[in-house]
Design a protein around this ligand. Structure first.
Ligand code: TXA
Ligand code: MG
Length: 318
């Protein structure tokens, strides 16, 4: 059992967090999407301890975070479409799966032995400062126990991982609120996970429609792609327009929801994404394990696709 430190995002807190990383320990840090559970991506033991802290059942590939294009280019080979996406959306809520360089120096555990690597350049100032201060690539899945709701505040991280990691850098609430969009480019541009950058924007940038991923056996067996994930303890029902009296109702737009639980009264999908995981946690707390969370319909466009993807996983049979 570790004493997990809650660090402020000051020069001192950041220096302390960077030292933990340099010494092979784990630090949770804010990104614009969700909090990540970071470890040195070159250090086998650090990467293995990420899986252990999350209780991940298997060594699934992780996203490697870098502060700039020079650091990204040391890890992976960028094709023209990859460069175009990086120029348009980095830093930001986009992850690119690219061919890994032979001399990347990454722990093979990071990519679960695959010849590719998932890379992201986050925009959150605390993440950027930590990456600069540490000076190496940081592997980071979402900072929650495997299969649970992703954290969008430092206290969510502590709820799930206190005692299992060295520290949490507190950067307040994550502005985007859902994980990054993951795009594979080989052999063709493919949507591996909807997320914080809308599919429509990526397709416009590339000038092509994104392919759907290959069927399951060809894909890495990754938790974000398992059906039951982001799971509250209460049961979750989707597209509910007329909740039962004892439901905890998460609203959207004119479907008001239980008091204080409307993802966006004005129907704004960006605001809804930012509130999603916090409201799921709140609803779960109110409903209790025998109760039911009902969620109003969310339009399947823009960030609505990522929201509905996460909600379907939260509602999936377990
Ligand atoms: O917003 C985010 O992406 C957050 C923050 C912390 O950056 N991170 C995150 O990481 O969501 P994680 O570990 O929960 O998601 C990693 C996903 C896997 O589920 C898998 O689908 C994909 O990235 N992935 C990683 N490496 C891959 C690879 N080489 N090939 C295909 N997919 C890969
Ligand atoms: Mg996750």
């Amino acid at each position: 059992m570790l004493l997990t430190e809650l660090l402020p995002p000051t020069a001192e807190g950041l220096g302390h967090a960077a030292r933990h990383l340099a010494e092979g320990r784990l630090v949770a840090f804010p990104t614009e999407t969700v909090y990540g559970l970071g470890g040195d991506a070159r250090d086998d033991r650090a990467v293995a301890s990420i899986f252990a802290a999350k209780g991940r059942p298997a060594f699934n590939p992780l996203i490697v975070h870098v502060p700039d294009m020079a650091a990204a280019a040391r890890l992976a080979v960028f094709s023209d479409p990859a460069l175009r996406l990086a120029a348009a959306f980095w830093p930001g809520a986009l992850t690119l799966v690219l061919p890994m360089r032979d001399d990347s120096g990454l722990s093979p555990l990071v990519s679960a032995g695959l010849p590719s690597v998932a890379i992201r350049m986050p925009a959150h100032p605390v993440a950027v400062a930590l990456l600069h201060s540490f000076g190496g690539p940081v592997a980071a899945p979402s900072a929650n126990p495997s299969g649970r709701i992703s954290p969008t505040r430092a206290e969510h991280v502590l709820d799930g991982l206190a005692g299992r990691i060295a520290a949490v850098l507190d950067g307040g609430a994550c502005p985007v609120g859902v994980e990054s969009t993951i795009i594979g480019l080989e052999p063709r541009p493919t949507l591996l996970r909807p997320g914080g950058i809308p599919v429509e924007a990526i397709e416009e940038c590339l000038g092509v429609r994104l392919a759907a991923p290959d069927p399951a056996p060809l894909r890495p067996n990754a938790p974000g792609q398992l059906s039951s994930h982001y799971a509250p303890s209460a049961a979750v029902m989707l597209e509910v327009t007329a909740p039962r009296p004892d439901d905890v109702w998460i609203g959207f737009g004119s479907r008001t929801g239980t008091e204080g639980l409307n993802l966006s009264p004005s129907g704004d999908l960006v605001e809804a994404a930012a509130n999603l995981f916090h409201y799921l946690r709140e609803a779960d707390r109110c409903a209790g394990s025998g109760g039911r969370i009902a969620v109003a319909p969310i339009p399947e466009k823009g960030l609505g696709r990522a929201i509905n993807d996460r909600l379907r996983r939260a509602a999936a049979p377990r």
